[in-house]
Design a protein around this ligand. Sequence first.
Ligand SMILES: Cc1cc2nc3c(=O)[nH]c(=O)nc-3n(C[C@H](O)[C@H](O)[C@H](O)COP(=O)(O)OP(=O)(O)OC[C@H]3O[C@@H](n4cnc5c(N)ncnc54)[C@H](O)[C@@H]3O)c2cc1C
Length: 418
Amino acid sequence: MTQVIIVGAGAVGVCCAHYLRRKGFSVTVLERRAIGAACSAGNAGLIVPSHVIPLAAPGVVSQGLKWLFRRDSPFYIRPRLDPALWSWVWRFTRNCNAKTVAGSIPILHRLLQQSAQLFDDLYKEQNQAYFYRKNGLLMVYRLDKYRQALQSEADTASTLGIEVDHLDEAALRRLEPQAPVNAAGAFYYRNDAHLDPARFVTFLAETLKQDGVVFHENTEVQRLEKQDGQVRGVHTSQGYFEADMVVIAGGSWSPGLTEKQALHLPVEAGKGYSVTLDQPRFKPEIPMILSEEKATITPLADQIRFAGTLELSGLDDSINRKRFASVVAVAPQYLPDFKLDTLDPKQIWSGFRPCTPDGLPIIGRSRKYRNLLAATGHAMLGITLAPVTGMLISELAAESANEDSTTLAACSPLRFSH
Ligand SMILES: Cc1cc2nc3c(=O)[nH]c(=O)nc-3n(C[C@H](O)[C@H](O)[C@H](O)COP(=O)(O)OP(=O)(O)OC[C@H]3O[C@@H](n4cnc5c(N)ncnc54)[C@H](O)[C@@H]3O)c2cc1C
């Protein structure tokens, strides 16, 4: 049986394991820490087929430049002498144009729709054993200039057949009588969903163990062993593992796992924060994105989670309390009944979103080593896109994917090789 090694047990690695196992591969997952403990743990858990506009979009650069020097802004680049960062920023800026975005939207839309369907299927198959709710998503605004921007996104979504309704202030308050939202209005995407991401990843991993997938935690992959145009195995902190195929699903750490000649993965870590409060007195049923603050509020089983900010500060996991405090501070303005007690810094979680410079994920294989695959670069959509990524990786591994299809060509790592 073909032996596949997956590097990284985040949402993406575990979903790759799931679909590879289904196709009959023998699968081993190597994780340097614990299953699902990195970016896939404390994120907002939104499953957003509505999010068809990539991160690299017109207006992002000018908005980002305005925010760049504010210490409490939701977006920040820490200046540093790192050629990889500046090459990434240069590529990102070049991609922030209407033509590139118009080309990316149908690709993202296809991936998002497929993944949303796979989430529904997975949830049914797993006998609804983890928290998953299809309650939609509110994109909330207070100022008219944000309503206009959201209206334009909603128009794009509507042309693709995505259901979205505009709610004025009164309709928004009626929607959640138990936890009325204080805002000028919202766009309501009815088919979005949310889940508890850590529970999803650990539950899926547990079911895979019962199905023969082997997980090694505390096992750091140090380098790949290559010979005669093939990857033969991986050297790790726990010894050598032979492989017929290797899938890099190391999130923001992926670029360090291969040299550029084998696989060029221009991924920058976009650090974000969250805080999860237990047993809130009032909790909305529908998650929301606060457009002005670029922050999210997600209701979980008996918790509520606030998340936000994007800092390009490398793989530095220090917590910028000031920046995150500004995210949490706005919550009571939207949910007036919601009283926040003082925030203990130990409660703040941080994670690194693996961001590509064009806003599309990297799903594909190396040109030099055909048995070396990559599944990373999902930025703010890594939970949403994990199932479809796993499915596509399994098709690539089984040689049953159409690698010239528009979707796979657009997501291939080879797009960065020239
Ligand atoms: C604040 C915040 C909110 C977010 N909200 C959402 C949301 O609502 N919806 C959504 O879809 N996405 C969201 N995201 C993005 C999402 O969390 C990420 O895109 C996703 O978790 C990435 O998954 P991954 O498996 O690629 O990476 P990770 O979860 O980071 O997993 C990579 C794994 O690889 C392991 N690894 C790395 N190097 C090695 C090595 N050398 N050897 C062995 N193992 C290694 C790491 O330890 C890690 O466990 C959010 C992110 C943040 C920060």
